[in-house]
Design a protein around this ligand. Sequence first.
Ligand SMILES: NC(=O)c1ccc[n+]([C@@H]2O[C@H](COP(=O)([O-])OP(=O)(O)OC[C@H]3O[C@@H](n4cnc5c(N)ncnc54)[C@H](OP(=O)(O)O)[C@@H]3O)[C@@H](O)[C@H]2O)c1
Length: 264
Amino acid sequence: MVNVEKGFVNNMFSVEGKVALVTGATGALGCVLAKAYGYAGAKVFMTGRNAKKLQALQDEFVAEGIDCAYAVADPQIEDDVKALVAACVEKYGEVNILAICHGYNKPANILDQSVADWQFIMDADCKSVYIVCKYVAEQMVKQGKGGKMVVVTSQRSKRGMAGYTGYCTSKGGADLMVSSMACDLTAKYGINVNSICPTVFRSELTEWMFDPESEVYKNFLKREPIGRLAEPYDFVGFALFLSSEASAFMTGGNYDCSGGYLTC
Ligand SMILES: NC(=O)c1ccc[n+]([C@@H]2O[C@H](COP(=O)([O-])OP(=O)(O)OC[C@H]3O[C@@H](n4cnc5c(N)ncnc54)[C@H](OP(=O)(O)O)[C@@H]3O)[C@@H](O)[C@H]2O)c1
């Protein structure tokens, strides 16, 4: 008998009924991914530091029939993250999917950058990933049903850039952390841990790069075989794939999702 489950197309990619915890839900990608999980039938627990934005997102999503809630937390503060996981469990009973979408950068040449500024980026983009994954992993292990972790890092995790000693280092660290966490968590506990490495996509911080007449835009296109820069929605399909059973055999990977940036 050929071994393919009947009805797999509906089941394999489903996140229906799962509880998805989204960090950086107030950001460009986080809010799109949170809404996408909701439309796909997941219960969505959002977090960020900005209560006003989280409340507005909750209002919008609830009006669309999405089951969601939020808790304010700073992902680099251990007690905040412990309380965040507890709040999610109190609301929905468990956490099945973690999507890490928060992030920060303040580019500066190393000669001009203070050690404190460098450390701030490292804490925002690397230490925070460790803290959130650690406490969510503890919860998933307690639940005993496995889980999916999707960490949004960057193509800058793989290559340097002027002014990016903080960002590249922290994203590179996060990618290696993802691979190491897979070694700790997948075989024994059924928790798949992967990262998505995007190039530039539209956000408040990057909007200025999207002027088609600008040199920055034209230069980017030379490295983007897909012929355009990304929108947050471009990452939804891949993030849902990594959150579903369709990606059951994938763990520890740092996956290119960049319009072909690596190919030329
Ligand atoms: N946009 C791009 O072109 C691009 C390209 C490659 C990779 N990325 C990465 O993809 C992820 C999502 O990007 P995005 O453009 O959607 O991000 P974003 O909109 O710039 O920010 C996402 C959220 O991160 C939180 N945040 C900001 N500074 C923080 C800090 N110091 N500590 C903790 N949280 C902080 C903010 O939420 P609160 O203020 O509510 O806490 C913000 O809404 C990030 O990790 C980013 O580095 C982005």
